[in-house]
Design a protein around this ligand. Structure first.
Ligand code: AGP
Length: 610
């Protein structure tokens, strides 16, 4: 997903822009560029395929490109392969207007043909160049008017940063479906894809809404609605530390964020448990509402979807209500059965995943009430929900989610307990037992992390496999989905998660000498059944890593090749402990395979394009 940063102020813009882009690298990209205006050089554009270092070296860290206003961009290619010419900023034919963009212009071909018929020559394959050329086509001396006309013509998702050489005293920002924030300072202003890029300079931000346009000068930031009427925007104070968005001595953000999981989990549950009682203050859902719901629909993508699969097992068992979990990208196109009696729980770390955002809007259109679980404060999904519960994981930089996943689980537990209390479907003793165990989870996570070298050892044995199966039953299967994705996305090893009982319906034909199987058996109610699946795969030559709770360790060790044990806990909370070794295993395997752990190939931290 692309990264955008714009600066207008009294400092040299290029070093500030490069610093901002470096803080957005985690979003995933394949090229980078700058556009900076100065009176002596005019509007200068420097851009290149490759890592940000390539660009920084071209401008000697910003020392060879002057001016106090500019735009920066890291591009994750959608239209047009990664190349110098397809990098952003994209520039109009005259060179006077430069645009950086995150999103997709769906009707760019039609507009490109219209402009080409007018004799306008294009140099790139990008949809964004169409915007730059269309701006110039409409430009008659008022850049804001030209922007307004362009926005009325284009369709699709966009976050734009725009600079015009004729009016270098301002930057323009506009958004629809792709995140864009403004940063406020004394004598300077920013526009950026997210807070991470600007927090070193300012903690005062606002979040542009769809259709809004902002004009930034060094001393003023004005936001307009789609009718170019000025509007007042609420400013937010960002309170997390800059260091939270830095590696802090770890080799990778992913390693840091795994180590932060106990704290993130504790920060997420502690403010919501008062004297052994779950309190979800800003959740406006009561027992009367819950009694009349026909279904809980959990909607998400990727790891957030995997949290939803865990949630289905937990919530149906505890609430005795139908819970359906679905991939956001599928939900939108399957005529889902949603009524005004449906509660949609939308899970998203970034709060900007376009499939999830669009599915949420569809669920609302069909009458559902929206409860979202989000990590990024002020993100689109958070702002469009009826209720939002924030995971207090802090900024998660690594593309592969770890602490956000864990804190999403934490909120699922709290929501389940609260709903069970409201519906009267849980005994007080059971409720108290779960809450007491919940408070111990961070400490038990720390016990696992204190023994991470054991996982590193297993990774050193198994890192050369080229396919891996994760098998489990019930909630273990749900955890296996996440373990498999973690391994796939950062080590590039093909792996699959299977409901263990499903193996004999086809997949077991793939098991042969040396096939690696990770057998999850922490759901002890089905331990014996899972172990019989282990015997099945072992008899066909598989190497088996077993994962279970300490109380079942000795029994498991009789059968598996390697055993990973986690502390015992309440069955509902097992996912929070089991997932830690699986994250570590994926991390160490990827490390040993020399992969780019924080920025895996082809991936972005938040997928804001369909
Ligand atoms: C998880 O490691 C991946 N980075 C990816 O599957 C991610 O969970 C998915 O894109 C959903 O992102 P979201 O939670 O920000 O919506």
């Amino acid at each position: 997903m692309c990264g955008i940063v714009g600066y207008i102020g009294r400092e040299e813009a290029a070093p500030v822009l490069l610093d901002g882009l470096a803080r957005l690298e985690y979003r995933g990209y394949d090229s980078a560029g700058l556009a900076v205006f100065s009176q002596q050089d005019g509007l200068k554009v420097v851009k290149a395929k490759g890592r940000l270092k390539v660009l920084a070296d071209m401008v000697q860290g910003g020392r060879t490109i002057h001016g106090t206003v500019g735009l920066g961009h890291t591009r994750w290619a959608t239209h047009g392969e990664p190349s110098d010419v397809n990098s952003h900023p994209q520039v109009s034919a005259s060179g006077r207007i430069a645009v950086v963009h995150n999103g997709i212009i769906e009707n760019y071909v039609e507009i490109k043909e219209f402009l080409q018929a007018k004799g306008i020559k294009f140099v790139s394959q990008t949809d964004t160049e169409v915007v730059a050329q269309l701006l110039e086509y409409y430009y008659e001396g008022d850049i804001l008017d030209a922007v307004s006309k362009v926005l009325s013509r284009i369709q699709g998702a966009y976050a734009f940063g725009i600079i015009c050489a004729d009016c270098p005293d301002r930057l323009i920002a506009a958004r629809k479906d792709s995140p864009l924030i403004l940063g406020y300072g004394e004598g300077f202003h920013f526009l950026a894809s997210d807070v991470t890029a600007v927090i070193k300079y300012t903690r005062e931000v606002c979040y542009l809404e769809d259709g809004e346009i902002a004009v930034l000068t060094a001393d003023k930031a004005t936001v307009y609605d789609a009718y170019l009427q000025p509007i007042e925007k609420e400013k937010h104070h960002v309170d997390w530390e800059v260091s939270a968005a830095e590696k802090g001595g770890y080799e990778h953000f992913m390693a840091k964020e795994i180590m932060e999981e106990p704290k993130a989990f504790r920060d997420t549950i502690s403010p919501r448990i008062h004297n052994g009682h779950v309190v979800l203050d800003n959740l406006n859902i009561d027992g009367a509402y819950l009694e009349q719901i026909d279904k809980i629909y959990i909607i998400a993508c990727g790891s957030s979807y995997h949290v939803g699969v865990v949630a289905k097992y937990i919530m149906e068992k505890t609430l005795r209500r139908p819970v359906e979990v679905t991939l956001a990208s599928e939900f939108r196109y399957c005529q889902p059965l949603v009524t005004q009696h449906t509660l949609a729980i939308v899970i998203s770390q970034s709060g900007e995943t376009i499939d999830t955002l669009a599915a949420m809007r569809e669920a609302r259109r069909l009458g559902a009430r929206i409860l979202s679980i989000v990590n990024v404060v002020g993100s689109s999904i958070a702002r469009e929900s009826d209720d939002v519960l924030y995971t207090w994981a802090g900024p998660e930089i690594a593309v592969a989610t770890t602490k956000a996943y864990s804190t999403q689980l934490a909120l699922i537990y709290l929501i389940t307990l609260r709903f069970a209390e409201l519906l009267g479907t849980i005994e007080q003793g059971e409720y108290d037992k779960i809450v007491a165990e919940l408070l111990l989870i961070p400490t038990k996570m720390e016990q696992i992390l204190n023994n991470k070298e054991a996982i590193q050892y297993f990774a050193s044995i198994y890192f050369n496999h080229d396919s891996v199966f994760f098998i489990g039953r019930n909630i273990d299967y749900a955890i296996g989905l996440e373990g498999s994705l973690k391994l796939k996305e950062i080590s590039y090893i093909h792996s699959e998660a299977y409901a263990a009982g499903e193996l004999k319906h086809g997949t077991i034909s793939l098991i042969e000498d040396g096939t690696l199987v990770v057998a999850l058996a922490s759901h002890t109610a089905l331990f014996e059944k899972l172990m019989s699946n282990v015997v099945e795969v072992k008899s066909r030559g598989a190497d088996v890593i077993g994962l279970t709770v300490e109380s079942k360790g000795d029994e498991m060790k009789k059968t598996v090749d390697s055993a990973i044990l986690v502390p015992d806990t309440h069955p509902m909370l097992v996912p929070s402990l089991d997932v830690i070794p699986l994250q570590l295993f994926a991390y160490y395997v990827a490390l040993m395979r020399g992969c780019d752990i924080d920025k895996p190939r082809n991936l972005a931290k938040s997928v804001t394009v369909e």
